[in-house]
Design a protein around this ligand. Sequence first.
Ligand code: WT7
Length: 656
Amino acid sequence: MAGRTAPPTAIESVLSETRLFRPPKAFASRARVPDLASYRKLYAASVRNPGAFWAKQAGALLWRGRWKKALTWDPPFAKWFVGGKLNASENCLDRHVATARRNKVAIRWEGEPGDQRNLTYEDLLRETCRFANVLRGLGVRAGDRVGIYLPMIPELPIAMLACARIGAVHSVVFGGFSAESLRDRMNDAQAKVLVTADGGWRRGKIVELKAAADAACAGATCVEKVLVVRRTGRDVPMTAGRDVAYEEAARGVPTRCEPEALDAEHPLYILYTSGTTGKPKGIVHTTAGYLLGATKTMEWVFDIRDEDVFWCTADIGWVTGHTYVVYGPLSVGATVVMYEGAPDAPEKDRFWDIVERHRVNIFYTAPTAIRTFVKWGKDYPARHDLSSLRLLGTVGEPINPEAWMWYHETIGGGRCPIVDTWWQTETGCILISPLPGATPTKPGSATLPLPGVVPEVVGDDGKPVPKGKGGRLVLRKPWPSMLRTIHGDPDRYVSQYWSSVPGSYFTGDGAHRDKDGYFWIMGRIDDVIKVAGHRLGTAEVESAIVSHPRVAESAVVARPDELTGSAIVAFVVLRGGGKGDNALEDEIKAHVARTIGPVARPAQVQFTELLPKTRSGKIMRRLLRDIASGAKQLGDMTTLEDVAVLERLRAEYGEE
Ligand code: WT7
């Protein structure tokens, strides 16, 4: 199993986790869902009659035209709220500006150097309208794709909401991705306009976004215009006829722009994510179902209140940022904190400094970040008053119980419930999670499904496995915020998600359920690796390695890593055979970082003369994983073509 998968022994140890944390009374008494019985009632209603249930929930959105049918299910293609009209940006902005929230701060932004901007809902609406008008002026129309490659600055949500306002489909690419990754995504999406910046701040250095955007556009001729937002104030080369300085283009442009009434199923965005093959998948989310999922989970899981300050630390380049920095919190009219830079800039207490100064009430981050904080030590959080916090969340990979306990005690002061939220780029919003006022939590378990979500753990035959047994995590029923397809490749949508367990959506994760029905996610069982919460396809990393002129063949696997969950180990066969030296190892690592982005850099490169293969020529990754994780006993080798290869590899592993 790839990724941070637990070997069978670890499943046992997880099962022995018996600590149970009940929602604190003070929290539960004010919560929307105040006890387990209320959750069970809500859940039962949602599965008894999903149509009626979601019809009622849909009242959480502002509609421009009434929909006819909650769900149209032509497996595996779903349409939700067909016939309905709405606009996501109107839901996130105008509807609040029409109320007492008009002057409420929507975004409390902080740059890494310490500069700050507060945007009220009215400010955000005006800026969004202005941006939308600029996009229109560049020829962007409903249905056109717009690439966004920005640092974590307010213009990022503004650009997204501006697209949503005019019906353009945004495709945000994480600012840490390379020019090549950006180019491939722009080409796949056939983006007409790319929004970027003159740079961004990260650990005191400028991230050269514009240079990467230029390199990407050289190979993505679909991009007609590049809109350049000013962030660092440095001069960057501008290509005449193509590049447009945003501030100049925006001068004198009206700050009003009518939101377009769009179909419920109008695509809202495409977000690329790694799969089991080399080519990233453009996950398509549509307007109404996605926004409803984002909105309801803000209420159910984060129990958001009007007076809360909400901080999800994810970069908006990932789905977590799309849903819980932008669409979810803004749809419910919350105040969000947004931070541009690194957690250790200028010092390792930056996050706690932000929590204290902005009086953050709800804090949502990744296990890999928590493990880093554990490593840095308690002194950093101890410098700050964290008493404003009332709820903590995690997402992205399984959290080990020790990290959970540290989070609970050191950050949460023992008083904040923790929501361990399981979901994926494809699911659009949280699907399995405690409700903080209702669900007793067990460190390491994502606990129970949200209303309308029907997960199950099944064996290879697709049949449910007994409680306590591991298997594949599937979803039996469609849900509103589900992906609709893979952009430009509906066949891949079907084969990737709906074929391995017929009739069900296969998540790619392994899991088991305990006697209380709680879900324990064990990590990926396909060829996807989660490094520091970032999702990478082994095939993608391999193709980057093989593009190095000296490499003939490569196989990439994950080994457990204390900090990042998993680390990448690359087994590499050189052209013409022979062993590489340290310099070549470094060169290959740098090559991968350049080709995909620093997140994909292998932790280790192991040169080998041959890769272990089956007689039919398939690389036996399972055995490589055993070697990389230092397993004493290698798995079944009966199908291996040449046992000697493996023995040699095992003996050599880790040697210089
Ligand atoms: C994969 C999806 C959607 C949030 C960010 C990640 C793993 C996510 C948890 C959790 C155990 C988790 C799964 C999943 N994952 N949350 N709470 N416990 N594992 O989105 O990059 O699409 O990755 O992240 O393996 O399949 P993503």
